[in-house]
Design a protein around this ligand. Sequence first.
Ligand code: ASP
Length: 464
Amino acid sequence: MTRISISKLHAYIGQEVTLAGWVHVRRDHGKLIFIDLRDATGIVQMVALPNHADAHAVASLVRSEWVVEVSGLVNKRPEKMVNADEENGDIEIELLGLTVLNEAQTPPFELTNDTSGIDENIRLKYRYLDLRTARMQRNIRTRSAFVSSCRHYLFDNDFVEVETPLLTESTPEGSRDFVVPSRLNAGHFYALPQSPQQYKQLLMTGGMEKYFQIARAVRDEDLRADRGFEHTQVDIEASFVSEEDIRSLVEDMIIKSAESAGKTIRQKPFPRMTYAEAMQTYGGDKFDMRTDEEKEAGILAFAWVVDFPMFEKTEEGTWTFTHNPFSMPKLEHLELLMKGERIDEILAQQYDLVCNGYECGGGSVRAHKPEILRATYKIMGYTDEEIEASVGHMLEAFSYGAPPHGGIALGVERMTMILTGETELREVQAFPMTRGGQTAVMNAPKPLTNKQLDELGIEVKKKK
Ligand code: ASP
């Protein structure tokens, strides 16, 4: 008999079915043994009666988290046993056969619906057990549904999904790189991408016109509640577009995915605020517009922040970019950029998407002509040689007829946090790192063997 998912059982009332899953809870009343069986789709109560002696004998042996296969009769519960508050509270499986597929040790913590109170190091060491809990299942599935909805939306709008390299060049994008030593070129290093920014612009230069990628971005930054070393972006770039084109595409996509997840959006179209207005009204550019009642009701308050300054002063008094060195200034400020004048007044064609106090996306229309990108780097104090070394390949690419283009990246974890109401990034990643940067379940980072170090031509300095 083929296996039926627990969520489908109502279609089989009065019939014999095969189920498989984990023993969630077992209550032994001697003659009657109740087992709540759990699979990925739900929980159902089963009862072992003494007249089915074999199944009853196995039922008296099994323990929580044992894996079992079941044959049983789907019965409607008698009226007085119906429990409207319980999942599948109107049915019950009468056990006819019970096979143990695997036994289980007692888990190191109780697999309750919500394990957020358990010590995080223990939860992450045994993440595969934590993932069995209702809240983690919901979080990971909400994330998958969000990504799936974006993917469908983008395919429906003629976007092409392209993967860009993971082993790439270290770039000055604002964060520290994770680097990977090269064996073939000992003493040389790749960097893991902080984002596919340059490659997606090269794809536009390559005539792809509409690109997206569910992309990993890796940044060696201080870990925070809403920031990890690794995160995933819905990364988008398109040619011949304005700021408005990208914003309305993304807004439509987000509304569809949030509403299909059952969420209510506070204001549509999303309100828009300039950076200056946001600073004046909220004292920051990641604001939360909700009232306490709206927070209670789980409402999503999206807004666009636009008109960011292109540059800000560093501690040393030089200029650096605020968001992205590849952004295009507002056209009315292009001349200032080209001349390097009144730099503090130059605004960029840059936009951020904020929701409920989080920045959940950001992007810009890009400087697609080499002389504009060069002017940006000049303002940041780069010499011609430094510009060549840093973005020479982009200047060269743009000199072969790069189309005007722009894009955005949306944070998959931040969006999932917003959709689930979670406040820690780690709760919406299957295998996040600990606060100390240690991988879940597996043991990294760890030292290399001497043989590995030799092959890579690396000598490790002893830490003092
Ligand atoms: N690459 C940018 C980031 O990762 C996003 C973008 O401008 O598309 O923040």
